[in-house]
Design a protein around this ligand. Structure first.
Ligand SMILES: Nc1ncnc2c1ncn2[C@@H]1O[C@H](COP(=O)(O)OP(=O)(O)OP(=O)(O)O)[C@@H](O)[C@H]1O
Ligand SMILES: C[C@@](O)(CCO)CC(=O)[O-]
Ligand SMILES: [Mg+2]
Length: 381
């Protein structure tokens, strides 16, 4: 039996980090996906006593015998229930860490450790100690602010849940999940993100699972219907960083300067709400005027992210380069490097965009555009 799944990455238009502290944020799915192929072997097949994970983009394979998994992860798989997502306990995470360590991940790829731990947790929690080969590929850059960790959790969980569901109707092409399955998928993916982000808000897994564009506040989701064109240039500074460390840095700063940081988070909340209202507004305001407002909101949000301590000199370089051409930019995702968004207003000339891209790429950054607000998680049998 084989099932495939895919889940998109995302951009955060406003509200990253503050959303972890209860503020509103606005995010949209992008058309760059993480793909999972899950193969369950026949009883009689070779390798029916192993769990194998293949990360195709980086040509790495990890494999565990089921006996070793059962010995190390000491929970009773008969008590696990795919329909009630639970958190990975510190004790289980420790046992999983031992299993990951045994795989001798190359030092240069050590950042994969948390991803592989998350894989083992989600797999054994949903499918128990059953043999399989799981193949993963991704169009998303890892650890760059485009939600690679959430897309990984959502795509993996979608394949795991689909393979264990009674409804395996063959379909041609990708099909979306129904509301009940989406909700379950999103809850499991959130548990996976907890291993990767430490204290996630849940916005990344939610927008990856549901797709489209959402306003998100303390777990409450509002799907947004955009009533204006929204084009963003995405610049990957290629500066690596880790979301978990950045999130905990902001939490520590918030503990040191409670009142000041609460004011920052409140300001971000207002920015996100205003941004969502502009995007959805059906009034007669000309698009150019709406774009001017979004531009200003992005600049303000970037200033507040700077004051949270999550910007980076590479991000400042992108901002300086784009502002010369009267374009506004802000970091997206956790910051500290990673990706930057630049609003491309409808009237901006193609020649100006080409010039900006040329300048940014000459510095060593990578620029691309992506379609915003598309599909969420999908499966294919
Ligand atoms: N396809 C994948 N295969 C294995 N691990 C992955 C994959 N995608 C992401 N990961 C794991 O997620 C980690 C990156 O997550 P992180 O949250 O730091 O960045 P991000 O999700 O890309 O950015 P942001 O959280 O800011 O949107 C990687 O170091 C890796 O452990
Ligand atoms: C930085 C953060 O706000 C967004 C990362 O894409 C973390 C989170 O919400 O989990
Ligand atoms: Mg992430």
């Amino acid at each position: 039996m084989e099932v495939k799944s895919r889940a998109p990455g995302k951009i955060i238009l406003a509200g990253e980090h503050a959303v972890v502290h209860g503020s509103t944020a606005v995010a949209a799915a992008i058309d760059l996906y993480t793909y999972v192929t899950l193969r369950l072997p026949l009883q009689s097949a070779e390798n029916n006593d192993r769990l194998t994970l293949q990360l195709k983009d980086i040509s790495l394979e990890f494999s565990w015998s089921l006996a070793r998994l059962k010995e190390a992860i000491r929970y009773d798989s008969s008590t696990l229930c795919r329909s009630t997502p639970t958190s990975c306990s510190a004790e289980t995470l420790k046992s999983i860490a031992v299993l990951v360590e045994e795989q001798n991940i190359p030092e240069a790829k050590i950042w994969l450790t948390s991803g592989i731990s998350t894989f083992l947790w989600l797999y054994t929690s949903i499918l128990g100690f059953n043999p399989a080969t799981v193949v993963i590929t991704s169009e998303l850059p890892f650890g760059s602010g485009l939600g690679s960790s959430a897309a990984f959790c959502v795509a993996l969980t979608a394949a795991l849940l689909a393979s264990s569901s009674s409804d395996k109707t063959h379909c041609d092409g990708w099909s979306s999940l129904d509301e009940t399955n989406l909700e379950l998928l999103n809850k499991w993916a959130f548990e996976g993100e907890k291993i990767l982000h430490g204290k996630p808000s849940g916005i990344d897994n939610t927008v990856s699972a549901y797709g489209s564009m959402i306003k998100f506040c303390s777990g409450e989701i509002t799907r947004l219907q955009s009533n204006m064109p929204l084009r963003m240039l995405i610049t990957n500074t290629r500066v690596g960083r880790n979301t978990k460390a950045l999130v905990s840095g902001v939490t520590e700063r918030a503990a040191r300067h409670r009142d000041a940081m609460n004011s920052v988070f409140n300001a971000v909340d207002s920015i996100s709400k205003e941004l969502a209202a502009i995007i959805q507004s059906k009034d007669e305001t000309p698009v150019t005027e709406k774009e001017e407002s979004i531009k200003e909101l992005m600049e303000m949000n970037q200033g507040l992210l700077q004051s949270m301590g999550v910007s980076h000199t590479s991000i400042d370089t992108v901002i300086r380069t784009t502002v010369k051409h009267k374009l506004a930019s802000k970091l997206t995702g956790a910051g500290g490097g990673g990706c930057v968004l630049t609003l491309l207003p409808t009237l901006v000339l193609g020649t100006v965009v080409d010039k900006v891209v040329e300048e940014l790429e000459a510095i060593g950054f990578q620029c691309f555009t992506a379609s915003i607000g598309g599909n969420g998680a999908q499966i294919c049998f």
